[in-house]
Design a protein around this ligand. Sequence first.
Ligand SMILES: CC(C)(COP(=O)(O)OP(=O)(O)OC[C@H]1O[C@@H](n2cnc3c(N)ncnc32)[C@H](O)[C@@H]1OP(=O)(O)O)[C@@H](O)C(=O)NCCC(=O)NCCS
Length: 151
Amino acid sequence: MAASALAAGYVLVQGYPSVEDYLYMRATCNLSLRNAEQAAAALQGSWYGVYVAEEATPTEPIAMGRIIGDGGWYFLIADMMTLPEHQRKGLADVVLKNLLATIKSRAAKGQAYVTLGADPPGRRLYQKNGFKDTMPQQMGMSLLIDAGGEQ
Ligand SMILES: CC(C)(COP(=O)(O)OP(=O)(O)OC[C@H]1O[C@@H](n2cnc3c(N)ncnc32)[C@H](O)[C@@H]1OP(=O)(O)O)[C@@H](O)C(=O)NCCC(=O)NCCS
């Protein structure tokens, strides 16, 4: 997959938004609300992440994506989001291509399995970048656990 160029005026930065910016982005992009403890652990526990900012304000993320992974063969793409006023400029496509290229170059030699949960706004983006529906061979399943309490 060829790297696509970032639109003029934007920069791609390796790393993660601050906890505050991450929570703001999730809320603004209509993703489920998380708390600061969850956000801090999520960002620290990621394998790799990248964000896009405007050139003039390189520490203010406006699009991002991250990878949760074992570095060996199993990788989950998470938090693909672009603030609404910056959408449809190809930013998420650049982010996703960078994430995938990083797996290709840094993961252990062999075939890596890359997975994600595709909400409707991201489906075409993922399909364009080679992702396939796993059904009917395999069905994605999920479970919500109220964590942080006693066992
Ligand atoms: C999904 C999401 C991350 C896509 O972000 P984005 O930066 O707008 O994505 P892109 O610009 O790379 O691509 C989106 C569309 O814009 C189009 N596009 C790209 N550059 C463009 C340009 N210069 N002018 C007009 N359209 C353009 C793309 O072709 C694509 O269209 P398509 O879906 O019809 O193929 C964004 O919509 C979002 O944050 N949604 C809310 C959060 C969410 O649901 N995230 C997904 C979780 S799975």
